[in-house]
Design a protein around this ligand. Structure first.
Ligand SMILES: Cc1ncc(COP(=O)(O)O)c(C=O)c1O
Length: 420
């Protein structure tokens, strides 16, 4: 099967106006997805449609307010499908993952008492680390940390067993590392945390554009993601178990709703962004079939299952190509899983350092070549610090399903030339 039969990447790319950008006389190569994906036309249309036709606050009896209610209720359903829950009230929107995590950690930590402990993971983005560390400090409780491998970013599960105890109230863990691309065995981690009655808060921000999320299968207690990483606008999404979201007391204004999901959604939300987040879910669901001749699964959850299977297959090809290319460059160190036989344990996000050029300078030179990548700590500071990579951090290349093999080759060729 040819790669275009496997995945019609050119047709997919035509749906993203930004991808036709040129830098000088060459097409831009967007390998900056881990910091934010590009947006298909359908998502931008949904945002504009909301603003131009239905812009209103919620809960009034006039037409635009009623239409707003309908659009936002539909968005809760879309995101419930995306996260694998039948209950749309378990989905709460907010400004971004960081803000939602600060909010939930403040509220949850009111239940902690001296002697309690929480566990954080060194492989995580700082947004799933510092909010918990600060909440623990405010409550005077102990923070334990699970180390991550300095080269491939995998979590040390033996250490996890050592830090978990009947004192552990919460474990915060990420589904995939945003510097290394390493996927963590969160289902197994939840099982171990639940064995000591600890709650598990999962950061799915980096994982969400790459693989299907099923909160029921993970059996976690909370999960957060951000629509701007999965082809939507800048909106954060929090899922929580209904009993917990109902039980924990949020910081809330008196006239604001006390029912789910409103009790966790402070202030007036970014309605247009939420409409766009739902359109992003529909965009991903539309990738279930290669073309109109193929049978499309019936329900949106089934479409998402199929779409993510196809995305994962294409991304694994991109990962293998990128790995092969990077590992062939002399003097380059690759961070993240590098064994092609373990390609299913990573997403196509790779960090590198070279012996000759610092990450920031490399990123600037690649930008001049039209290749968009990030350098620094990527806010994955718990890992870059523990891996001894500060202050320069790494150069990060991150592919998404709209990237092509040719783009990967162009990035590798540029790197080879710059490092040579
Ligand atoms: C893995 C991961 N977690 C959390 C965040 C923070 O997300 P937000 O920008 O929505 O606050 C990011 C953002 O880059 C991320 O990559």
């Amino acid at each position: 099967m040819s790669s275009s039969e496997l995945w019609p990447v050119e047709a997919v790319r035509r749906r993203f106006p930004a991808l036709s950008r040129q830098v000088g006389d060459r097409p831009a190569v967007f390998l900056d997805g881990p910091a934010g994906s590009q947006v298909p036309q359908s998502v931008a249309d949904a945002v504009c449609r909301y603003l131009l036709q239905t812009n209103a606050n919620r809960g009034a009896s006039f037409a635009t307010s009623k239409e707003s209610d309908a659009i936002l209720n539909a968005a809760h359903r879309a995101l419930a499908d995306f996260l694998g829950t039948p209950d749309p009230d378990e989905v709460c929107f907010g400004a971004n993952m960081t803000t939602l995590t600060f909010q939930l950690s403040r509220a949850l930590s009111r239940q902690w008492t001296p002697g309690d402990q929480i566990v954080v993971c060194q492989a995580d983005h700082d947004a799933n680390y510092t909010p918990w560390v600060l909440a623990a400090r405010d409550r005077g409780i102990t923070v334990r940390s699970v180390p991550a491998d300095p080269l491939d970013g995998t979590l040390d599960l033996d250490s996890l067993d050592k830090v978990l105890s009947e004192k552990t109230r919460l474990l915060a863990v990420g589904l995939a590392g945003n510097a290394t691309g390493t996927i963590h065995p969160v289902g197994e981690i939840c099982r171990r945390a639940h064995a000591v009655d600890a709650l598990v808060y999962v950061d799915a921000v980096h994982f969400a554009p790459h693989r299907r999320i099923q909160v029921g299968q993970l059996a976690c207690d909370f999960l957060v993601c951000s629509a701007y990483k999965f082809f939507g606008p800048h909106v954060g999404v929090l899922w929580g178990r209904r009993d917990l979201l109902e039980d924990i007391r949020p910081y809330r204004l008196r006239p604001a709703p006390d029912r789910l999901p409103g009790r966790w959604m402070t202030g007036t939300q970014c309605h247009e962004g939420i409409a766009g987040a739902a359109a992003a879910v529909d965009y991903i669901a539309s990738l279930a079939a290669a073309d109109s001749a193929e049978v499309i699964p019936h329900t949106r959850p089934e479409q998402l299952d199929r779409a993510f299977e196809r995305i994962a297959t294409w991304e694994q090809m991109l990962s293998k190509r990128l790995l092969e290319g990077l590992l062939s460059i002399p003097g380059l160190t690759l961070y993240g899983i590098s064994d092609p036989d373990r390609i299913d344990q990573r997403v196509p996000t790779m960090s590198i350092r070279t012996e000759t050029i610092r990450p920031q300078e490399l990123a600037e030179r690649l930008a001049a070549d039209g290749i968009f990548v990030w350098a620094g700590n990527h806010y994955a500071l718990p890992w870059t610090e523990s891996a001894g990579l500060e202050p320069d951090g790494t150069l990060r290349l991150g592919a998404l399903h709209y990237n092509t093999i040719e783009e990967i080759d162009r990035a590798v060729d540029s790197l080879r030339r710059l490092c040579g």
